[in-house]
Design a protein around this ligand. Structure first.
Ligand SMILES: [Zn+2]
Length: 196
């Protein structure tokens, strides 16, 4: 490894998922989704549920002085050639190494994530990662890009950056071999009281 690896061990292997054919929520009259930020025609469609976003947001706000992180779990689909992911879970990283301006997964973080994924999510694929930038905005640093390339380099792997001080967040996805900012679809929680 080059010195840029900064001591990270590349030992955890994420399984590669193949997209299964499934009706995309934007074409499903039963679902209410809202496009957030700019979604381009060739973009991987990212669907994020309200409850998952709330969970991530609340966790992000538990430390306004150091970076926090975790992984996004869910399923990978296609609908008439359009690739999309359904983010339906979040796993907080443990045993990470962080500072005010950096977040690193360790081998132990990935092992713990693997175990929790198996236990809580029936071993669904890892769709990407989340980390916070307390007070310094939504972007990917060079080191974040390095993490993306090393651990989240599959076509359906995204990054979610949250600035818990500014209450801002944004997604990034692979486009033609580069990781770039992108929009997503917000999937509102169904009201349990809705009568049919
Ligand atoms: Zn970062």
């Amino acid at each position: 490894m080059s010195e840029a690896s900064d001591g990270i061990e590349i030992t955890e292997e994420f399984k590669v998922a193949e997209p299964t054919e499934k009706l995309i929520p934007t074409a499903d009259p039963e679902k209410t989704v809202e496009a957030k930020a700019t979604i381009l025609p060739d973009d991987l469609r990212i669907f994020l549920r309200q409850e998952t976003l709330v969970e991530i947001y609340e966790y992000s706000k538990t430390d306004l002085n150091h970076e926090l992180g975790g992984v996004l779990v869910g399923t990978f689909h296609q609908w008439r050639g359009q690739l999309w992911i359904d983010v339906d879970g979040y796993i907080k990283a443990v045993k990470y190494v962080n500072t005010a301006a950096s977040f690193k997964f360790t081998h132990d973080s990935f092992s713990a994530i693997s175990r929790e994924k198996e236990r809580r999510f029936n071993d669904k694929p890892t769709l990407g990662w989340h980390h916070t930038h307390p007070g310094y905005g939504v972007f990917l640093s060079n080191y974040d890009r390095f993490i993306q390339e090393q651990f989240f380099n599959l076509p359906y792997n995204v990054a979610l950056v949250v600035d818990p001080r500014a209450s801002k967040f944004g997604f990034f996805q692979w486009k033609h071999g580069k990781i770039e900012s992108c929009g997503f679809y917000f999937v509102r929680a169904r009201s349990p009281a809705v009568a049919r």
